[in-house]
Design a protein. Structure first.
Length: 336
């Protein structure tokens, strides 16, 4: 990368950071309520922070058009973060997660019923904002939310008999995570007036990096402690959700190539004690940390990251392309 490109990239990142401050202020405004208890619950996760990955992508992709950082782009940035926050309220109820972003999960403080309703209320606020962007944006947002819900539901039901469980899971990740990342990129490009071919490229980028991000989370769920990730290690295991490391173990078992350590892990899972016994959960987490399936999942995340970057190889804007590549690497290098 030339010195000039690096300088322009830094200037672009500075402008995105400045715009994210505006987005943050708007989030706080949209999530405020004149009743204190409602203000507390619907603002709980927003106030806890977060990477703001999706609004950052909206802002970044808006530089591919002629109207970067426009009013419409700022509103869309708020929409995608509100939608993401709404899903977290529901996810934590489904997972019975004790913490989120380093704070108590909403249902631990206010209970499941209120947490679900708060998530609905946050999504309603997102819907109100997206309505100001016109019918096409409303339709895109609805389709995206459809995919988010389908992905989450399909994960709970699992694949049908005869389906490839690994490929099924990849589609689940594309729906429940990739869809909103892709829509973030679409909002930024379309609302700034980018050409259709450019929009299609960044949408593909978003789909693929969303899968990569979630695969990285599968690794983090097992490899990091709660102080680093803000989540409880082994949450998916406790809920009986087969993430990629477990699916790879089962795939190896079906092919007759699973090693002894992998067989021990599956045997532990089959006992069904992870829900009630902390020691059993910790034992399986430690066994998975030492097994090759964790590294294989890590490599899958890197592979999807490379595919995402390949999707934008034809972009003419060097600074935005470089920023998108850096964005992709940042999401996945958490597990390097």
């Amino acid at each position: 990368m030339s010195n000039l490109t690096q300088q322009r990239l830094e200037e672009l990142e500075d402008r995105i950071s400045e715009s994210l401050v505006q987005v943050e202020n708007r989030l706080n405004s949209v999530l405020s309520d004149d009743r204190g208890v409602l203000d507390d619950i619907i603002g709980h996760l927003a106030k806890a922070g977060g990477k703001r990955m999706r609004p950052g992508l909206v802002l970044l992709c808006s530089n591919l058009g002629t109207r970067p950082f426009s009013e419409e782009v700022l509103r869309a940035s708020v929409v995608v973060e509100l939608t993401h926050l709404a899903t977290l309220y529901h996810d934590d109820v489904m997972d019975s997660a004790p913490t989120r972003r380093g704070v108590n999960a909403v249902q631990r403080v206010w209970g499941n019923n209120r947490a679900v309703l708060a998530g609905d209320l946050v999504f309603a606020r997102a819907s109100q904002v997206v309505a100001t962007l016109g019918p096409q944006a409303v339709l895109q947002h609805a389709v995206t939310f459809d995919r988010l819900c389908r992905g989450q539901l399909n994960e709970t039901f699992g694949p049908e008999a005869g389906q490839d469980a690994v490929q099924f899971y990849i589609q689940v990740l594309a729906d429940k995570t990739g869809s909103l990342v892709a829509q973030s990129a679409r909002f930024g490009a379309e609302l700034s007036g980018a050409p259709e071919a450019v929009t299609k490229a960044v949408v593909q980028f978003g789909e693929k990096i969303g899968v990569a991000f979630q695969l990285a989370d599968d690794v983090i769920d097992l490899s990091s402690d709660s102080a680093d990730s803000g989540k409880t290690p082994g949450t998916d295991l406790r809920e009986g959700v087969d993430t990629m490391p477990i699916l790879l173990l089962r795939q190896d078992a079906a092919r007759g190539v699973l090693d002894e350590d992998g067989q021990k892990i599956l045997a532990e899972l089959s006992r069904g004690t992870l829900v009630s016994e902390d020691a059993a959960l910790e034992r399986v987490v430690q066994m998975l940390r030492a097994h090759s399936v964790l590294e294989r999942t890590r490599q899958l995340a890197f592979s999807w990251c490379e595919d995402a970057k390949a999707a934008i190889s034809s972009l003419g804007d060097k600074e935005v392309k470089a920023a998108l590549e850096k964005f992709a690497d940042t999401l996945v290098n958490r597990i390097a």
